[in-house]
Design a protein around this ligand. Sequence first.
Ligand code: ARG
Length: 465
Amino acid sequence: MKKNIASARINIESSKLLKELNDSLPFDKELFREDIAGSLAHSKMLAKQGIISKEDLEKITQGLNELLEEIKSGKIELNEGDEDIHMAIERLLTAKIGDAAKRVHTARSRNDQVATDFRLYVLNNSLEIARLIKENIKSFVAIAKEHKETLLPGMTHLQHAQPINFGYHMLAYASMFKRDYERFLSSYNRNNYSPLGCAALAGTPHPIDREFTAKELGFKEPSINCLDTVSDRDFALEILFNISTLMMHISRLSEELILWSTSEFKFVTLSDKHATGSSIMPQKKNPDIPELLRGKTGRVYGNLMGLLTVMKGLPLAYNKDTQEDKEGVFDSVKTAKLSLMVLKEMLDEMQVNKENMQKACRVGHLSATDLADYMVKNLNMPFRDAYHLVGSIVNRAEELGKDISELSYEELSQIDDRFAKDVTEVLNIQNSMNARNSFGGTAINRVQEQIEFFDEWLDEGKKNS
Ligand code: ARG
């Protein structure tokens, strides 16, 4: 009978169905790099503390490094038999170097081992996702620089509201993405503690040095309480939440891009590289990429809800339920990275149809609020009275088949004889956009200020990285 190396008291071969349910190797093989890094650091510490010999350490180190290369190059395939990545690496190392390999698991349990591997994966990917977010912020800022004078109808309730410019709209996304970036980094800092050496749940009687392994693996420090550490998956939940919020932002942008690519809007034209056709309608060019980005947001939310639900009833410390933490995180991380790469390419290559945006500003009476503000300032009217009067002017403009910005001084004077000639300036769409020059507003000088803010922030990042 083949004896399972991780089962000391089980004397009969495991049921095939148990193995199918229990084995995590098919998915946790993703963690082979982290698992080998953890074993290298742990063995180095064991030798430093005199727990294993220098000779054994040499064999272990060489064996693990060889294994790493063999797995990377595909010479060794991790695909069946072993229960999980930890047992697979231990078995392969034992086959390679013999007895020394059996000493690696001294003062360690798979409970702290998996917590270490998975935490390293989550931390490294948090930095990688943050880097990709920054790449997209650069694209938003580049578009903003080009389009800070491109008029666009700003909407509320998806109805024309007030004129803004396309650059300003892109910088709204830069702001959202900057928060996302910061969220990944703050989670990184909060969770940057090493679980290695926590062992099964309560620490170990061996004279280990957790500080040393933490530093070897690039963690800030060892975690403070082993009981918590082996059962904590907050770091995984945080990355799932951070990805969900990021994808929610990507999904909102995707929705706008889909809308803006319709024949009704034609505000943007996606590159042919990023659109697909229809198998029956020869004329079609479909925005599949933003649709997929919007769609993938759903599965990413599902992964977050899945793990929150797995964790909610677990007593301390490790429970096998926790093995369910990985697939959703791997899936969300891959989805986020691919989505960010595709989004950047699409933004960089999309065509912005200035004229159509501009034309759209001529309907919907975008400067109506400006006329009310004018009356408050120049005619000393209470805002509410001005608001009602402008309402009737809008109705008059509709009767004439015009936008409020197209009414002449004469037409306005017929409605109220208190208007001065400069009233038409106020109704001009470009002027209306530039009038909103309060801090954070859409006026060109404020947009310029925001561009400089993001440029400086991107520059700071360069200096610090
Ligand atoms: N494959 C397991 C997981 O992913 C590793 C930890 C197993 N620990 C144990 N005590 N059975 O959670």
